[in-house]
Design a protein around this ligand. Structure first.
Ligand code: FES
Ligand code: FE2
Length: 385
């Protein structure tokens, strides 16, 4: 049992819309932690790039050599022009060329040429490399960290969550389908909603059919002291039941099973790994879903959902993968709707903060995380001053 023993207040309402507070959270959390920006398999050739907008920052991630990536601010060192206008593309001949005065950089960010510049003796190109950003990969996912000196390595940052999906061959999987979901809510609203199932009986009737435990407004039978045999098949930690084997509309598996899964992985039908605030990955017996979250403003967020299958699986017809797309898409749309209602309602002048119910214990941990990160950031900025 993890449930909260007493009533706790939520975070202050203004933290969900105030522009200055949003800037503090960007600095304390999003610009200091590792943030997943995509899959390595989406950069197929050397020189392929994607542009990521993280808060107010614009970052280019490019494939340098086979499987190795580099990331830099999308800003020229001459007078600060944007380097890439498109959201993705390919740098030809391994060169990043500024569209303004043609300063030319390598994919690693070295300044190679300043065409047409009148030579002077005091100019050293080595002083004007692109502003590189820390970048690393974990099992096919690319992460960036905007801090000049990250507090932890990527693997330390992911921590024990990495273990939950260890049997899924994530690095040998590729995205067969991607959808983006812009939602008009603060990023914390979406994360809070993801972290409770109090809303599930009302909001997700279709999901509750494959996850009977969710009908009781909890994630995990262990949260519910006298859970009943109707949750047959649930082996703990929240699992499929009622005859369902996976997260599809009819609960059936219609694609090849992923090899290497344990009996427990298969029986549960769903295993989550969460990276607080920015991402979660869900393993099912026949597919994996990753959901990335990026704040785009104080009251807006963009989700990017990828459906991953083993690389060897050839999708000849999108119809083949409809079964795995339909239910998660519906669930995200349902979540998006209530998140937007939540955002609109907390704008009331009378609402200072709400309260958590016992099964919202993960929200309490998340709120503690946000408070801790804000406190740590204001302590370091006080030292810097
Ligand atoms: S701003 Fe890029 S070359 Fe001038
Ligand atoms: Fe939900």
């Amino acid at each position: 049992m993890h449930t909260l023993k007493d009533v706790k207040n939520t975070l202050p309402a203004s933290w969900y819309y105030d522009q200055d507070h949003y800037a503090r959270e960007l600095d304390a959390i999003w610009y200091r932690d590792w943030v997943c920006v995509g899959r390595i398999d989406s950069l197929e050739h050397d020189g392929d790039y994607m542009v990521i907008r993280l808060g107010t920052q614009n970052i280019v991630v490019t494939r340098v050599t086979d499987g190795t990536v580099n990331a830099f601010h999308n800003t020229c060192r001459h007078r600060g022009s944007l380097l890439c206008r498109e959201s993705e593309g390919r740098f030809r001949n391994g060169r990043v060329i500024c569209p303004y005065h043609t300063w030319t950089y390598s994919l690693e960010g070295d300044l190679l040429a300043t065409p047409g510049r009148i030579e002077t003796g005091d100019f050293d190109a080595a002083d004007y490399s692109l502003y590189n950003v820390h970048v690393d990969t974990w099992r096919g996912f690319i992460f960036i960290n905007l801090s000049e000196s990250p507090e932890s390595s990527l693997i330390e940052f992911i921590g024990k969550e990495a273990d939950y999906l260890q049997n899924w061959p994530l690095d040998q999987m590729r995205s067969v389908h991607q959808e983006k979901f812009p939602i008009a809510c603060n990023w914390k609203i979406f994360w809070e909603n993801y972290n409770e199932c109090y809303h599930c009986p009302r909001v997700h009737p279709e999901l509750c059919k494959v996850m009977p435990v969710y009908k009781k407004a909890v994630f995990d039978p262990a949260d519910f002291p006298d859970w009943e045999p109707e949750f047959d098949g649930d082996t703990g930690g929240g699992a499929v039941g009622g005859g369902a084997r996976t997260w599809t509309m009819n609960g059936e598996i219609s694609l090849p099973m992923i090899e290497g899964l344990s009996e427990n992985d298969v029986t549960r039908g769903v295993v989550f790994a969460s990276i607080t605030g920015s991402m979660y990955i869900v393993g099912h017996p026949e597919y994996v879903r990753s959901v990335r979250i990026l704040p785009t403003g104080p009251e807006t967020v963009e989700l990017t959902v990828d459906w991953l299958l083993p690389s060897a699986f050839e999708v000849e017809d999108k119809q083949d993968i409809q079964s795995i797309i339909e239910l998660p898409r519906l669930v995200i749309q349902q979540d998006g709707e209530v998140c937007e209602l939540n955002q609109l309602g907390l704008r009331s002048d009378r609402y200072d903060s709400g309260i958590l119910v016992p099964q919202e214990y993960e929200l309490w941990h998340f709120h503690e995380f946000v408070r801790r990160k804000l406190a740590a950031a204001s302590a370091t900025s006080a030292i810097e001053k």
